[in-house]
Design a protein around this ligand. Structure first.
Ligand code: KIV
Length: 291
């Protein structure tokens, strides 16, 4: 990597340190990233928490939604991400269909992410029955991050990819889910796509760090998807996405320049080639000539 890594903090992130950040009012920075190079970037940039989100189903695996991604696929991405990280806390999303049906299934899936993927913790979506799943995984010794508001795995049931908690009744339900997940032992909860004013009202009740995405500025931290914030993805993205780069453009320009050079015989140049001792070359020619 050419940009010199900025060593902001060399201690690995832990659950007590995340809780301490909330207590001190220090914002927690979380990024969804899914492979070795993006993990190295997150490490060098001093990110606190890396999430191998199931959004990787779309950003790196090309699925139309998060629903089809399998446990094996996300574990492979988690393990690659783990290899690129030293400092940030690593959370892995449990994919749709891998935890909802029962506590045993939820524990077994979470254990695979820790054992095979090297995750420090897992994240699951929703309240209701997921509160029981959370309690079971936490009791099995694996930290859990909750996720309420817009939960993409069940977005069809929510009426699509749209903001949640926009009526008093919906906001009360969201608050109940968040508090139940907190009581069940979540070490942190993601709030996605809810009105900033609702988040502000609810924050006083939250003892664990709340990480917002489209939830305004009152939460204890923010999360964005690596590909969204760096512009490695086509399209405008959700309202809450802020672009900090145009990496897709830079990549296309780079590959196009390479293709142009190859077609015009400008690449490779002498510097890119290997030499051979002239004597060896002469002998080769003689032997080729001799058949
Ligand atoms: O899958 C993901 O990346 C997420 C975050 C956006 C919270 O769930």
């Amino acid at each position: 990597m050419s940009a010199a890594p900025q060593v902001l903090d060399t201690l690995p992130m832990t659950l007590p340190r995340l809780a301490e950040k909330k207590r001190l009012g220090e914002q927690i920075v979380m990024v969804s990233a899914y492979d070795y190079p993006s993990a190295q970037v997150a490490e060098a940039a001093g990110v606190d928490v890396v999430l191998v989100g199931d959004s990787g189903a779309m950003t790196v695996l090309g699925y139309p939604s998060t629903v089809p991604v399998t446990v094996d696929e996300l574990i492979m991405l988690t393990a690659a991400t783990r290899r690129g990280l030293r400092t940030p806390f690593l959370v892995a999303d449990l994919p749709f269909g891998s935890y909802e049906a029962g506590d045993e299934l939820a524990i077994a899936t979470a254990q695979r992410f820790v054992k095979e993927g090297g995750a420090d913790a897992v994240k699951l979506e929703g309240g209701g029955v997921m509160v029981d799943r959370t309690r079971a995984i936490v009791a099995a010794g694996i930290p859990v991050m909750g996720h309420v508001g817009l939960t993409p795995q069940t977005s069809t049931a929510l009426g699509g990819y749209k903001a949640q908690g926009r009526t008093a009744e919906a906001a009360v339900k969201l608050a109940r889910d968040a508090l139940a997940l907190q009581d069940a032992g979540c070490f942190s909860i993601v709030w996605e796509a809810i009105p900033a004013a609702v988040a502000e009202e609810l924050m006083a009740r939250m003892d664990v760090p709340v990480i917002g995405i489209g939830a305004g500025g009152a939460t204890d931290g923010q999360v964005l998807v690596f590909h969204d914030l760096l512009g490695i993805r086509e399209g405008v993205g959700a309202r809450f996405v802020k672009r900090y780069g145009d990496v897709m453009d830079a990549m296309v320009r780079g590959v196009r320049a390479y293709a142009d050079d190859v077609r015009a015989h400008r690449y490779p140049e002498p510097d890119h080639t290997y030499s051979i001792d002239p004597g060896e070359l002469t002998e080769l020619r003689e032997r080729l000539h001799a058949g």
